[in-house]
Design a protein around this ligand. Structure first.
Ligand code: SAM
Length: 214
């Protein structure tokens, strides 16, 4: 049975969805992060020929959906939040049938085995309780033909240590893990990590990893 957790319900609030891009991706730091994430994503996807269909899950407000379309992929964009996807639909209207949207829960995907050339899972794993990671990675392994680009939050970074101090007051849950734990989780799910790219080594908690299905 699918479980509830804060990161799953929070973005189904219209106010949170409406403010998402402006809270994170404006100002010099926000713009830098957005640009750097696009660079990392494109680098990881060098193994996937342009024109192939990628599942982007979660697509959120579509800031990376738009980018994937611009660089030449076809995209199935999915998210559990209709409120977030509404923004993504508006951003990508001009791409016509190259993009389709679907509501999906990453814990239980309705796609058949080996459906997509690649799956992009950006900024989600740290919202999911660690006890559910194997279930989620298992679903990704089932649905991809070969590749998954995923980000996780590395707990041994300056940003994460600072965030944990703040979280003592806000109680906002965040499931950061060590590199070893992440590598163990993906290996147990049947993946090999072939590329590892922190967005800003030692400082930023976010790490891009390219996984290949074994
Ligand atoms: C931090 S946002 C990231 C969105 C986008 N990938 C980005 O980088 O801007 C997290 C997203 O995960 C979605 N989400 C949370 N739990 C989910 C689940 N179980 N299945 C699918 N999407 C989920 C939320 O609705 C939200 O849009």
């Amino acid at each position: 049975m699918a479980e509830k957790y804060e990161g799953k319900t929070r973005y189904q609030d219209k106010n949170i969805a409406d403010g998402y891009d402006d809270r994170r991706f404006v100002g010099s730091k926000g713009k830098w992060t957005h640009k750097r994430e696009k660079e990392c994503l494109e680098k990881m996807l060098e193994v996937v020929p342009k024109g192939e269909k990628i599942l982007e899950l979660p697509c959120g407000t579509g800031r990376l959906t738009e980018f994937l379309l611009q660089i030449g992929y076809k995209v199935t964009a999915a998210d559990i939040s209709d409120e977030m996807m509404e923004h993504a639909k508006n951003k990508t209207e001009s791409f016509g049938s190259n993009v389709t949207f679907e509501k999906a829960d990453i814990e239980k995907l309705k796609y058949k085995d080996n459906t997509f050339s690649a799956i992009a899972v950006i900024r989600l794993l740290h919202h999911i309780p660690t006890s559910l990671h194997s279930k989620v990675l298992g679903e990704l392994h089932r649905v991809t033909k070969k590749w998954v680009v995923i980000t996780y939050s590395n707990k041994c970074t300056f940003q994460n240590i600072r965030r944990n101090i703040v979280a003592m007051y806000t109680k906002e849950p965040r499931y950061s893990i060590s590199k070893k734990q992440f590598m163990d989780e993906v290996a147990q799910a049947g993946f090999r990590a072939v590329e590892y790219l922190p967005i800003l080594p030692f400082i930023s908690e976010e790490v891009f990893v390219l996984l290949e299905k074994e």
